[in-house]
Design a protein around this ligand. Structure first.
Ligand SMILES: [Zn+2]
Length: 274
């Protein structure tokens, strides 16, 4: 599933292509891809509007539109936004198309159909419950510490909770916990000040590195030009069970934590007891 770095890459690549373009035609091929409003109202209210900005909040792409409207796109498991020309054959699994005033199509392709589109006037309807952005300057060590204090839940599932922190998913949670030397099952509120500081730094480091490397492609994720990301070669523990830990050589272990496959080094990220 695309996480913060992958969605950020999609936003960065699409931004110069679509900002300033006007939607001249809209078509929904799979009605359930549109979460809000109805597919008919979605198309009607998109047509004629200009795309004025393209950003990201958590794992959601945010396209600002003229007259204060917003198109929000969650790629979920397998969604992609691709630019194409109408004369090219439509890709398989095409769920929605926006024809732009430069003659190109902005295509929402989604084999597994979990992705969702929203057309809203108040983005808080969709984004309001999201936690802080991990790379935002306001997300300080102190702010992180305050959010962790007193929490008895395990740290890994908490990092995946989008209301706690926006944009982190399974890959980068494991990578950050490894880098910080923290066991994924540690109670969140039990982290020492030093560990909180290390984890804060590790989250920012792994996310920034993955953004710079074009994101991680393990299966579906592609950038808008169709190219894969390059960060997968640099993952330290994720999906590396049995391989030597890059720090100490102990084989990386896989466990299921909170229902998610979780990878860690049992030596560098010791026990749950503390
Ligand atoms: Zn190790």
């Amino acid at each position: 599933m695309p996480e913060l770095p992958e969605v950020e890459n999609v936003a960065r690549m699409l931004r110069p292509e679509v900002v300033g373009r006007r939607v001249v035609e809209a078509q929904v091929l799979w009605p359930r891809s549109v979460a809000r409003p109805t597919p008919e109202a979605f198309c009607r209210d998109l047509v004629g509007r200009e795309i004025t900005s393209l950003g990201r909040r958590g794992k959601v792409l945010t396209l600002g539109l003229s007259d204060g409207w917003w198109l929000l796109v969650h790629l979920r498991m397998s969604g992609r936004l691709l630019l194409g020309r109408p004369e090219e054959p439509a890709p398989v699994h095409l769920r929605a198309v926006l024809r732009l005033d430069d003659g190109r199509d902005l295509r929402f392709v989604d084999p597994r159909k979990f992705g969702r589109l929203w057309l809203v006037q108040d983005p808080a309807e969709v984004l309001g419950s999201l936690g802080p952005e991990p790379l935002d300057p306001t997300f300080t060590v102190e702010a992180f510490q305050a959010r962790l204090a007193g929490r008895r839940v395990r740290i890994k599932p908490l990092l995946l909770d989008q209301r706690f922190l926006a944009g982190v998913g399974n890959i980068y949670a494991d990578e950050a916990l490894f880098l910080a030397g923290i066991h994924p099952c540690r109670p969140a509120g039990s982290l020492t000040e030093g560990e909180v500081e290390r984890l804060h730094g590790a989250l920012q480091e792994v996310l920034a590195a993955a953004i710079a490397n074009g994101g991680t492609t393990l299966s579906a994720y592609r950038r808008p030009d169709g190219s894969p990301g390059e960060h997968q070669a640099l993952l330290r523990v994720f999906r590396r069970a049995g391989e030597p830990c890059p720090r100490c050589g102990t084989p990386v272990v896989r466990a299921v934590v909170g229902g998610r496959g979780t990878y860690f080094c049992p030596r560098c990220q010791p026990g749950q007891g503390r």
